[in-house]
Design a protein around this ligand. Structure first.
Ligand code: SME
Length: 157
């Protein structure tokens, strides 16, 4: 899957069906990029990140993560993308799946405020490179345009 082609598809999903867009984008990313093994969106709710739509081989036990905890919580606290090439070497890592070797977490920011994040696990060490980061930051910026209407959608957690 080509990143610029995918970005234009994401744009269309947001324009055509804003309410369903987060779930559709999660599915699209998961199905379109084989190295995106588990894809989820967490939304900020008060002091926590709460799991919204996700797609992957299994459900995670981490459906609510305090901001500041784990790799997810670190990205939410700083507002900066976290790329972890080897999760076994990152003491912040909250384990979900034994198959996960690497992770990327991209904050969704409305202005300076973090409203959520895209979290992707990979089965390979160093699965995520600068192109993934650039692409996913662009996807996150598009998702941010849905705020404030869409993150208010009740999540499953
Ligand atoms: N590994 C994350 C927790 C979420 S799961 O990957 C779905 C973390 O360290 O914050």
């Amino acid at each position: 899957m080509n990143f610029s082609y995918a970005l234009s598809d994401v744009c269309k999903m947001i324009a055509n069906s804003p309410r369903e867009a987060p779930a559709r984008i999660v599915e699209y990313l998961h199905d379109g990029f084989p190295h995106y093994d588990w894809v989820g969106i967490y939304w900020v709710e008060g002091p926590d990140l709460v799991l919204g739509p996700w797609k992957g081989p299994a459900a995670t036990e981490h459906t609510r993560i305090p901001i500041g905890k784990g790799v997810c919580g670190a990205a939410a606290a700083s507002g900066k993308t976290e790329v972890v090439a080897d999760v076994s070497k990152d003491p912040r890592y909250l384990a979900c799946f034994t198959s996960t070797k690497s992770e990327i977490v991209v904050p969704i920011r409305a202005g300076t405020r973090v409203i959520g994040e895209i979290d992707i696990d990979g089965r390979e060490l160093g699965a995520f490179g600068p192109e993934d980061q650039q692409f996913l930051e662009a996807v996150a910026a598009l998702l941010a345009t849905l705020w404030p209407a869409v993150p208010a959608t009740p999540s499953r957690a």
